[in-house]
Design a protein around this ligand. Structure first.
Ligand SMILES: [Mg+2]
Length: 177
């Protein structure tokens, strides 16, 4: 029997966001990655990058970068340790408008077999859509007012803060609907 809706399929989620040098995923590369578990544990990484950066990224993302930059290889190990290595129970990666994050994630880990998270990425914008809510709502103040989420403490376009905001928003969303 199917569970009654609305009800998320699983609570085993990693809230996640990335920032990257260009929206063109053929030429862009990862600049940063933030992850938050439902229990509040966090991981934040900034990547070594010496290529071009899109002017929008230079203006909005580079000022939010604060940490020592590390290689993709080192980052892979940190992410695997953070997520865990239970191959039978991989958590779901949840991002907002996740197509770019997902492609850069696939570039980082290659074949889904080698992914530390479940291979199908989950998009919060699509969840909103399925509940009759504008998928663009994360860009609208009235959505956060409706949920009672105060965005003031979050630095927009910092991958960790974006992942934190997604977690808070997601949790409030299920309380509210
Ligand atoms: Mg972001």
């Amino acid at each position: 029997m199917l569970p009654s809706l609305p009800h998320p399929f699983s609570p085993d989620i990693i809230f996640f966001d990335t920032e990257f040098s260009d929206l063109d995923t053929r030429t862009g590369s990862l600049l940063s990655l933030g992850m938050v578990k439902p229990n509040g544990k966090e991981l934040y990484i900034e990547f070594e990058h010496d290529g071009q950066v899109h002017p929008w990224v230079e203006k909005h993302v580079l000022p939010t970068l604060t940490q020592q930059k590390i290689s993709h290889e080192t980052a892979q190990g940190m992410i695997r340790r953070f997520i865990g290595t239970n191959k039978k129970k991989k958590p779901y990666l949840m991002a907002y408008v996740n197509q770019f994050d997902a492609i850069f994630w696939y570039q980082l880990f290659g074949s889904p077999q080698h992914h530390p998270a479940f291979w199908i990425p989950i998009d919060f914008a699509s969840i909103l859509f399925a509940h009759g809510i504008d998928p663009n709502s994360m860009g609208k103040q009235r959505f956060f007012d409706w949920l009672g989420v105060d965005k003031k403490g979050f630095t927009l376009h910092n991958a960790l803060d974006d992942a934190r905001l997604l977690k808070v928003t997601y949790e409030k969303f299920w309380e509210r609907i």
